[in-house]
Design a protein around this ligand. Structure first.
Ligand SMILES: Cc1ncc(COP(=O)(O)O)c(C=O)c1O
Length: 400
């Protein structure tokens, strides 16, 4: 009898965390390494949010809370959904968890039975398939392509749906590609869902506020109101408010689902951190003025990175609509050999050689379900990005 659970044996550890650790090890060993693996903004949590947390501590708001969040935060979340997305929810339709990650996990744990399928468009955020497996379901990967800037088409979604499909996990703007679906592009997908009334949609809107140029964010329940009763709209404060360490995520959806998620949470973490919840109330209700200047910074970096990567031999990099990632293709590098003699067989050997020979840490595309690509996070300084892209150009120019 195995001591470790069989379910766990089907799951792999997060490759993004593995890359970050490997880069840290090389740095500790004295190597000059630039990490482009981070999934978090490089700026600090705004002061008004920190102050709200400090005030909560002084006011003694340091005890257990209701399992899925304090009433004040649920009200702030309802106001946010109304203000930003035109969606009407009441506090009893809202769940707050320890990060968006726990919210997604709770929803899958609360709904999946053996044999239930979850459609996940690739490239996907690394955790989706493994969370589905942990919850006892079966991930069904629907591959998008570079030709559509990594956006799933209606035909691809239609082909992935079976009688066993329970959920579609939808993520726009996307981690790892930054791709954001326009209203019309999303409507094509919601039209498919309208033809399959047994399929629910879990919309991961974590990067909502990181939307650039003239791209307008939209979410499934807004684009197709008839889907409201089978949509879980997930969001959080981690990315837009630079609050990754505070661990607050949230979702709104049908009460029955929210109640089931509450049950999961009440038997695992009890409740998200009380102090972080008060900080999140301020994040959502307070000034949103810092979002625009941060986005200006991100757009400038994105433009520089896309331009420099496209100038590297063998690399093709589309310009994404949002988030802080780009997902270049290295199809033109496959089969070549690096200056140090490593043959580039796939995106994993590319990323390993790039790290070992030039000290640039990126995450290889196979981790996100679409190859041959790699993910660059541009949530780091302009100087780091410029130096890293110059090294990538040098690495590619030397390929034979
Ligand atoms: C697409 C996506 N969803 C959810 C999350 C989870 O965010 P949180 O920090 O709120 O758990 C992340 C974090 O990297 C993400 O990229």
């Amino acid at each position: 009898m195995s001591f470790l659970s069989e379910t766990l044996s089907r799951v792999k550890p997060s490759p993004t965390i593995a890359v970050t650790q490997k880069a840290a090890e090389l740095k500790r060993a004295g190597k000059d390494v630039i990490g482009l693996g981070a999934g978090e903004p490089d700026f600090d949590t705004p002061d008004n949010i920190k102050d709200a947390a400090i005030a909560a501590i002084h006011a003694g708001k340091t005890k257990y809370t209701a399992p899925d969040g304090i009433q004040e935060l649920k009200e702030a979340i309802c106001a946010k959904f109304k203000r930003d997305n035109g969606l009407d929810y009441t506090p009893s339709q809202v769940s707050v968890g320890t990060g968006g990650k726990q919210i997604l996990y709770n929803a899958l744990m609360a709904t999946l039975n053996e044999g239930d399928e979850v459609v996940i468009p690739a490239p996907y955020w690394v955790s989706y398939p493994d969370m589905v497996l942990l919850a006892g379901g079966t991930p069904v990967i629907a591959e998008a392509s570079l030709q559509t800037n990594f956006k799933l088409t209606a035909d691809q979604l239609e082909a992935a749906i079976t009688d066993k499909t329970k959920w579609l996990i939808f993520n726009s703007p996307s981690n790892p590609t930054g791709a954001g679906y326009s209203w019309d592009e999303l409507k094509e997908l919601t039209d498919v869902l309208m033809r399959h009334p047994h399929v629910w949609v879990m919309s991961d809107d974590m990067y909502e506020h990181l939307a650039y140029d003239d791209f307008k964010f939209c979410t499934p329940a807004q684009v197709e109101p008839a889907l409201y009763d089978r949509t879980l709209t997930v969001n959080g404060v981690s990315k837009a408010y630079a609050m990754t360490g505070w661990r607050i995520g949230y979702a709104a959806g049908p009460e029955k689902l929210i109640g089931a998620m509450r049950k999961v949470q009440s038997q695992s973490t009890s409740n998200p951190c009380s102090i972080s919840q008060w900080a999140a109330v301020e994040a959502l209700n307070g000034t949103q003025d810092f979002l625009a200047p941060n986005n200006e910074k991100f757009v400038r970096r994105r433009n520089m990175v896309v331009e420099m990567l496209n100038a590297a031999e063998g690399i093709a990099c589309p310009t994404p609509e949002g988030a802080f990632y780009v997902y270049p293709s290295i199809a033109g590098c496959i089969g070549k050999t690096t200056a140090a003699g490593t043959k580039i067989e796939d995106d994993e050997t590319f990323a390993t050689a790039l790290l070992e020979e030039h000290g640039v840490a990126v995450v290889f595309g196979a981790a996100f379900g679409l190859s041959p690509n790699f993910r660059v996070s541009y949530a780091t300084s302009d100087e780091n990005l410029k130096e890293a892209c110059t090294r990538i150009q040098t690495f590619c120019a030397a390929l034979k």
